[in-house]
Write a protein that binds this ligand. Sequence first.
Ligand code: NAP
Length: 363
Amino acid sequence: MAQHTVTLIPGDGIGPELTRAMTRVVEAAGVGIEWEVAEAGADVMDKYGTPLPEHVLESVRRNKVAIKGPITTPVGTGFRSVNVALRRELDLYACLRPAFSIRGSGARYDDIDLVIVRENTEDLYAGIEFAEGSDGAKRLIEFVAAEGAGTIRQDSGISLKPISIMRTQRIVRFAFDYAIANGRKKITAVHKANILKHSDGLFLRVAREVAEEYAGAGVEFEDYIVDATCMQLVLHPEWWDVLVLPNLYGDIVSDICAGLVGGLGIAPGANIGEECAVFEPVHGSAPKYAGKDVANPTAEILSATLMLKHLGETEAAERILNAVRAVIGEGTHVTYDIKRSVTGSTEGSVGTQAYADAIIGQL
Ligand code: NAP
């Protein structure tokens, strides 16, 4: 008997095979979930005229919890990112991306345990853009010149970077509440406020104000410039605890963190709002591996452990995480990416479903 109903968005590329491996592992852990499958992405464009049909959003709103595989976004042209639209439509304002070491992953470090909290709804990803040569771009260029704010070349495409007080307050409060609930000791606000005075400058000022609200909560607060953060993450990944960042930096820095712990194949994520939560790996749809049963489903499976914790199924989540650690630690039933990190060759690796079988065997 199902205890939970969860919207399952398989996605495209490697998404369907990864979500299949994930559902098999979750079911083998004994959690009763009814999966309400909702398709989104390029493949449903012909049928519904949009890559994100309304019934997909309705399903997530009804069930409050969804897990998805990656969805391809055409580069430069075509429809806007379904992933970004989903986050915006459901106001999934907090993107949580834990990065922790797993012994045997072949990562360069073995002592990392940090969490990225990325603002998910504004900044350069707000989707407010003006194509080169468009009326909007021309009017904006004239406006900027008339304001004496600077000169923009006529042959420019323009993307705006709005950062607001309200959305900064709620993401920094989310980071503090998360830190307190999870026994974390330090929050670092990451920014480029020295150059971007009115967007990142606002982010930093508001982050400091919110930190004062939490004075006495036992969580240290500091801030760091984004470029220096990237270098220090690579030099001293053990320094960091919880990092809170505007959208674009959060996206880039979380890929750095994925690399520090062994690659995109093992980096999970969650998008959380007041009403709903959507869990998904950090990585994309890796089209060249689609349908080949080679991609690593760990990121998808670990995203499911975040989902299970969210659903109150903490014991099952821990059991799955321990099974993943056991299989990767043993190193005999791992996918190509981990084998390559550890030995320099993909020889002896197993496929997506065989790896999931090995995890199921450890549960
Ligand atoms: P990607 O799909 O993340 O793949 C980049 C590389 O990362 C792969 O070639 C592979 O490296 C490695 N990788 C990713 N996932 C892996 C896995 N599960 N197992 C093993 N290795 C994995 O990035 P992309 O090629 O830039 O993006 C492809 C599409 O996905 C784009 O349309 C992009 O917009 C979209 N995307 C979607 C989401 C989302 O749905 N949330 C997120 C990011 C990107 P090696 O070949 O070196 O092994």
